[in-house]
Design a protein around this ligand. Structure first.
Ligand SMILES: Cc1cc2nc3c(=O)[nH]c(=O)nc-3n(C[C@H](O)[C@H](O)[C@H](O)COP(=O)(O)OP(=O)(O)OC[C@H]3O[C@@H](n4cnc5c(N)ncnc54)[C@H](O)[C@@H]3O)c2cc1C
Length: 421
């Protein structure tokens, strides 16, 4: 791999048919995560593609010319012209390979792929998921001199990295931007000595053999595994939901209700979570419209009665959300009246969606003991029903899912893992 400056870039393009260029920065965790992948791909594709890297801060002119505004950014060029995708953020090895393959004839691609050597990595503790639960466990394990490796398909931090502000994590007087809190946690885990494979494709998880295959060619073997893969909200999958996620649409009342003091709020859902969380939101909001697709609420009777007696809550039965829009800083919810087919527009300051959560366990095929909603059952040492396999954080069957509780679970799990054979 060659480090270039903007002055030599044109010549590189003129003399090499296929070029890949990585704009990196210092003090950039996603750049650090990318560097070993880029290097190993250079060894694989280096005969056919010229691998270049360039320090973005000192080559701003070229970055500006190529429209690069964040690090890392990886660009591809063929015969002097930019081609393929613009890769940024948590870049996976497979993302780069897809674009490199597109530069080359099929026979070369097959030849290169056949040269990929399988690799085995051994570790004592393998942690699936680098959110607060997994990172807390990694800090404790690594500080206890236990060889620890974290694996995550995304960059470290979990849901915290996408949370706008966190005001309830002890130790910080002022609310912290979620990405900073996530950054502190992952840097602390690295500082303690934990290794990381982040922004990777996870191909297979075998809990009994304690083996995980990542990026198609690396098998990680461990003595113990901690599952801390978190949970994800169920999404409505309607227009505007992705766009306004965290920018007017929230999935967590404990986290965000406080931002709606004296404001109008729409709650989507009518089950236990929606109705129970409406009680908390009602402490802040001046008015709540609850949009429920059924002709009745489905929460437990006591919670229903409370909600129905609350003068701030207006329930719109038999209505289903069809889309979200933002107009002049207000959220507009388009809801269909299921009896007439008419679309009603409800304007509010914010929207909470409570149509369920699901544990992130798609890759786990072994029959772990779970509760009726699919969350992993653990004992008080965070042991699962499979020996040597532990679980922590939101993926575990429990009542309260917060950063503090995930961190607590990770702590308990790591101490059990350190103690037990
Ligand atoms: C919008 C929002 C705002 C929130 N605000 C707050 C707040 O203000 N205060 C608070 O205390 N809590 C808040 N929470 C809740 C808090 O973020 C979670 O309780 C906490 O992050 C749970 O930590 P975790 O480590 O269990 O899981 P997560 O944070 O979900 O991390 C799980 C990690 O596992 C990875 N993963 C998924 N599948 C796999 C796999 N197969 N293999 C390996 N890794 C995998 C994911 O990429 C992720 O990085 C908020 C949640 C949301 C959604």
């Amino acid at each position: 791999m060659i480090e270039i400056t903007q002055g030599s870039f044109k010549k590189e393009l003129q003399t090499n048919e296929n070029v890949v260029l990585d704009f990196y920065s210092t003090e950039c965790p996603p750049c650090e995560a990318l560097a070993p992948k880029f290097e190993s791909l250079d060894k694989l594709y280096g005969e056919d593609v010229r691998f270049l890297k360039i320090f973005r801060q000192e080559n701003r002119e070229l970055a500006g010319e190529l429209g690069v505004s964040s690090s890392p950014t990886v660009l591809f060029f063929k015969k002097g012209k930019q081609t393929g995708e613009v890769l940024t953020g948590g870049i996976k090895r497979s993302d780069i390979m897809r674009n490199l393959d597109a530069l080359l004839p099929q026979d070369r691609v097959s030849k290169i792929h056949s040269g990929i050597k399988p690799k085995t990595t051994e570790t004592d503790a393998l942690i699936l998921g680098a959110g607060p639960g997994g990172l807390a466990a990694a800090i404790y394990l690594a500080q206890a001199r236990i060889d620890t490796l974290l694996v995550d398909p995304a960059l470290p931090g979990g849901q915290v990295s996408t949370t706008h502000m966190v005001s309830n994590y002890p130790g910080f007087v002022k609310p912290q931007p979620g990405f900073m809190l996530a950054h502190y946690m992952s840097e602390q885990a690295k500082e303690a000595g934990a290794r990381m494979r982040v922004a990777v494709d996870i191909n297979r998880v075998d809990l009994r053999k304690k083996e995980v295959v990542v990026d198609g060619h690396e098998t990680i073997r461990a003595n113990k595994i901690l599952i801390s893969t978190g949970a994800s909200p169920r999404y409505l999958g309607i227009e505007g939901e992705k766009e306004y996620y965290g920018k007017g649409i929230s999935y967590c009342a404990t986290c965000d209700a406080k931002y709606y003091h004296d404001k109008q709020v729409v709650i989507i859902g009518g089950g236990n979570t929606a109705v129970e969380e409406s009680e908390l939101i009602s402490k802040f909001a001046s008015g709540i419209t609850m949009v429920q697709q059924l002709p009745q609420l489905t929460a437990n009777k006591a919670a229903q009665e409370k909600a129905m007696a609350d003068p701030k809550i207006n329930i719109l039965y038999s209505h289903e959300p069809r889309g979200f829009e933002k107009r002049n800083d207000k959220m507009v919810v388009k809801a269909e009246d299921l009896s007439t087919g008419q679309i009603k527009e409800i304007t509010a300051d914010g929207v909470f969606v409570f149509v369920g959560m699901k544990p992130n366990l798609d890759l786990i095929v072994e029959p772990l003991e779970k509760d009726e909603w699919g969350y992993i059952r653990v004992d008080e040492e965070m042991r699962t029903s499979i020996p040597g396999v532990y679980a922590a954080g939101d993926v575990v069957s429990k009542k309260v899912r917060q950063i503090t509780t995930a961190v607590a679970d990770g702590t308990i799990a790591s101490l059990s893992m350190a103690r037990e054979d």
